[in-house]
Ligand binder design. Structure first.
Ligand code: PMP
Length: 357
């Protein structure tokens, strides 16, 4: 194996962790929707997929997916859409778009890890401006960092992952105004939030909105999309690998968006669960839930490590944030599950509240 030809920094990296879980586990670590697609829709989808022309290369423009996205979600008519194999692929391509010597990518800390990872992979400087202790934006520090580093690319997840806390819209607007480079508003969790930049995507020209179907029920399809001004989207399209979207995902995504009732119903349930879990967990001694606008909640409790292990012993997997960043001390991130699953989380934490205080 010619290891010597592989970049030393890549050899030192660890691969993105995906849990191999026994099927009886409750999986609340990756912000998936906990509901299986219902039987009647599964069958109709199967019929549609059976007719998909899989002998041909896919054509995203004629697939109908972009039209279905415009129909389902409000965005400017003039904005253009670029599809990605998950929004992860689009994060990589957007970073590639600005990857030249000395260019800087700016985000907050803690943020979605792939912003930093892609910047490092493509040889860019990365600056992460720490959030405040309550996970709100330190706008003055962001504006200062923009002035100092003149970033080519800024990522702001709205709402943020791994914290779930929304940023003030006026602060984000100030950052967009101040930036000379591209500002990506990553709305992976936008469907669960009271506010969105999608209706203004591409206005101003440097603002791109990134979205995904992963968090609204279709993580397995790997369908992300960037919406923005033609001047940026045309450049992004040039570096998108040919046929990056597969025919089956394009068909299934279009089908899913034509059946928004199921999606809207599940989003509504998960938002109710968010309120319920926030109240219930906040009532445990010394436990604090950060106000979330996403389909997960970030919780601080005195013994996060013990709580994580207790949940795991009870076959519930959540995300341990503790240890990943100073601001995330004693924090766990819980994806919202079905009401029954969430009840089980509460039962474990309530039963053992003596051990985790
Ligand atoms: N952006 C954010 C903020 C995320 O949390 C995630 C997934 N964890 C993604 C993008 C990537 O999502 P996907 O590739 O499934 O569209």
């Amino acid at each position: 194996m010619p290891h010597s030809v592989i970049r030393a920094d890549i050899q030192k990296m660890t691969a993105y962790q995906v849990a191999d879980l026994p099927s009886d586990f409750i999986k609340l670590d990756a912000m998936e929707v906990p509901y299986q697609y219902p039987e009647h829709l599964q069958q109709a989808l199967a019929q549609q997929l059976a007719a998909a022309p899989i002998n041909r290369y896919p054509n995203p423009h004629t697939s109908g997916l972009q039209a279905a996205l415009r129909q389902a979600f409000a965005m400017p008519d003039t904005a253009q859409i670029v599809l990605g194999n998950g929004s992860d692929e689009l994060i990589q391509l957007l970073t590639l778009l600005v990857a030249q010597p000395q260019a800087t990518v700016l985000s907050v800390e803690p943020a979605f890890v792939m912003y930093r990872h892609n910047a490092a992979l493509l040889g860019l400087n990365y600056v992460g401006v720490p959030l405040r202790e309550d996970f709100t934006l330190d706008t003055a520090a962001m504006l200062q960092a923009i002035e100092t580093h003149n970033p080519a690319l800024i990522y702001l997840a709205y709402p943020n992952n791994p914290t779930g806390v929304p940023f003030a819209r006026a602060d984000v607007e100030q950052i967009i105004q101040a930036a000379q480079g591209i500002v990506v508003i990553d709305e992976a969790y936008g469907a669960f939030s009271d506010d969105s930049f999608l209706p203004q995507a591409g206005q101003p020209e440097n603002m791109v909105v990134l979205r995904t179907l992963s968090k609204i029920g279709f993580a397995g399809l790997r369908l992300g999309y960037a919406v923005g001004h033609a001047n940026i989207m045309n450049e992004l399209a040039k570096i998108t690998p040919p046929y990056n979207m597969n025919q089956l995902s394009l068909s299934a995504g279009k089908f899913a968006l034509q059946h928004m009732d199921w999606i809207d119903e599940k989003i509504a349930i998960l938002k109710q669960e968010r309120d319920k879990m926030t109240a219930e967990l906040n009532s445990l001694p010394e436990t604090h839930v950060f106000p979330s606008q996403a389909n997960f909640i970030t919780v601080r409790l005195p013994q996060a490590e013990t709580a994580f292990n207790l949940l795991k012993e009870n076959k519930i997997l959540v995300k341990k944030l503790h240890g990943s960043h100073a601001l995330l001390e004693n924090c766990l991130r819980l994806t919202l599950g079905t009401p029954e699953q969430n009840q089980q989380v509460l039962r474990v934490l309530q039963q053992h509240s003596d051990n985790i205080q």
